[in-house]
Design a binder for this molecule. Sequence first.
Ligand code: FRU
Length: 463
Amino acid sequence: MSTKGKRDFRPKIHFTPQKNWNNDPNGLLYLDGTWHLYYQHYPENAFWGPMHWGHAVSKDLLHWEHLPIALYPDEIGCIYSGSLVADKNNTTGFGTHHEKFGEEKKYPLVAMYTSHNMENHLESQSIAYSLDGGLHFEKYYGNPVIKNPGLRDFRDPKVFWNKKKDCWSMVMAAEDRCHIYASKNMKVWEKTGEFGPGVNKVPTVWECTDLFPVETEDGEKWVVLVSMIHPGTQGRANTQYFVGDFDGDTFRCTQPTEEPLWIDFGFDNYAGITYNNYDKPIFFGWGVNPKYANDVPTGEYAGMMTIAREMSLVKTEEGYRLRTVPFGIDALRAGTYPIASGASLLTESFGLKIKGNKGKVILENEVGQYVVIDVAEDSICVDRTHAGERNFSEDFCREEFSVSKTARLAKGDINMEILFDVSYLEVFADGGLEVASAAVYPDVPYRKVRLEGDLQAEMYLLK
Ligand code: FRU
């Protein structure tokens, strides 16, 4: 166990691993009232190592029950990111093996993940099935089901049921683009399309792609998510999105933009995907930047997830844009009360609803550390330069990991919600059109909220 870390930075309502390391959310599946969260996990230490799938379940997306490791490395490789589906019609035939798993016959849950060979670093795609609701998995004897086609980066399959073609479809990252595949049984896959070059203005390696439908006033649209480490910067990692159509085979972006669209302009939201088997896109991201994730001063654990976020599309003057808001916190919001500038914080985990046109929200402690959310007429900025401990990583201290600003997509009232949970700040401005996530490590808790300009605040507790 690592001994790094001065104080307990563990958030209250955000997912963290019980011990040791997590990165990407994997296998997000909603099933019979339970939210399953699998995640990239190294169980031996609080830094990245040969990957397993950790597992936790929740009824409310805020409180988690930790379950045994679901997938262990094997002779094909360690277990990189992937997804999970409920195979209700037993298309895979795995359901017919149920007698191995006891009396109760359950349809199979099927995980598709990347097998990463730690020697030659080649990646292929494998499947495994569970007949006990996601606790234990049996790997398919015919793995890998998609061999490496000669690509260096070829990973992170996200499977979904394709209603247009009555089959499974899967989107995955393949070097500087995504590939789309289809299958009747998840064992034999055929490539049906690819997307990226030309439309994507940030050519680099793609990771953790997702493809999902969103209802809009103009009918169904599809969104592609792709996580990438920006070329030309020293590690700024973000998730880009594209809006368009999916014809059942491939994705076409119908509103190309000169400037890339990011789901989050902050520092700490990477490799996120949405839930399968739920009627709205509910998203989790890994709440740490890969650049310094190994160095964070959080002690026995390293890694966390963002708050669950609901995604929708909003028509703006420039086209459809992603709106992202916290999901599953209505009960917490019910206790909201007004506060004045200078109000004392009696808790380390709270939400703020902010109204007004211009000004700053500052969270500060008595040792002179503070984090600033600065709202201007046409931009919004998060500054964590003085937020707390940062010498654990040279990268964390750099300007591009300290201050981040984006243009506002709306005018007037900022209509902003801020979640602060011990060491993690999330900002949802203009009703969720501009979102920022930032890890901060104050030496002692922030004890005061200061408001500048004409901003007004209401507060509620996160617990
Ligand atoms: C993204 C990522 C994925 C990969 C996994 C390995 O953070 O690099 O592309 O599957 O992490 O842990």
